[in-house]
Design a binder for this molecule. Sequence first.
Ligand SMILES: [Mg+2]
Length: 378
Amino acid sequence: MTTAVGDAIASVRLGRYAVPLATPVSDAKVATGRQRPLSRIDVLTCEIGTRDGLRGLGFSYTTRAGTPAQYAHAKEVGEHLLGQDPSDIGKVYESLLWAGASVGRSGVATQALAAVDVALWDLKAKRAGLPLAKLLGAYRDSVRTYNTSGGYLQAPLDEVKERASRSLAGGIGGIKIKVGQPDMREDLRRLAAVREHVGDEVPLMVDANQQWDRISALRFGRAVEEMNLVWIEEPLDAYDAEGHARLAEALDTPIATGEMLTGVPDLVRLIGAVDVVQPDVPRVGGITPYLKVAALADHAHAQVAPHFVMEIHVHLAAAYPREPWVEHIEWLAPLFEERLRIEDGRMHVPDRPGLGLSLAGRARDWLIDDVEFHGPGR
Ligand SMILES: [Mg+2]
């Protein structure tokens, strides 16, 4: 005897939001004149409703440019979702890839699909009545976390130190500061001052946001070898896998990179080449492709430290064998009703089903545009 098992996607709502930052921030890309300060995060949301009455929420994001294109692409392919079984995530994802095949399998096209894919995983975990981490298979119910948002380059050193103290007092377990300024001596001065301020016991990372050449990165790495840094992040151009591999070989300090890469094949090149792989769910096209990267990284015994969007990554970090660091950046928190619990250096996986997130009422203030599709008879 067989039992009919299945549900169908009955509605899809896509939303475009611009979430302002309290203070615009600058990393090394601004210090070298390549970008302007970052003043907001643009977000593409996807809410999926099913015939059985379940709802899933997912989102993707961009900084500075790209969300209008993501939104346009999601609108074009989104109607293909109606009537599909939301539990068949691989099949649904593939159908959207084929619908947009002529614009490729990385970049804006798959970042648009990321919002849909995250909503499908959220929905599946809700159907199971489990937090997403548990649905995937968790190794822990909380994950070590470090703060990034207090260590940007526009902030004077005293402010960076004050923010670090506040983060640590608030239960954050590590501190990352930005480097990669045109004058490396300034980076070294700030880093030494922050190390002295927080003490030798606090895990400390630096992030150069791709602004060094290979020689400068090696010189910096040698200069800080005794500082016991957790890692040096993005010392080189994001696509210079070979340069990163050489640095990782030459230095004891671990080398981390991967956040800018927007497709699985690009990230796979880093596995075995660098010490810490840093995938980002929305940038790589969703949880489905992220899990491929994570499986390959695990197979190679690599460390993983996902980039940004802690609201999604806390679940994926809980489900990775070798404990990752989750990046604490609070910029998207106002978009959601719920807050993540952070204490004793750790971020706790929400005990609510799915991602454990819902859009806050005030999200309406930042809505730029939205659209909703409905299936027949609903
Ligand atoms: Mg970074």
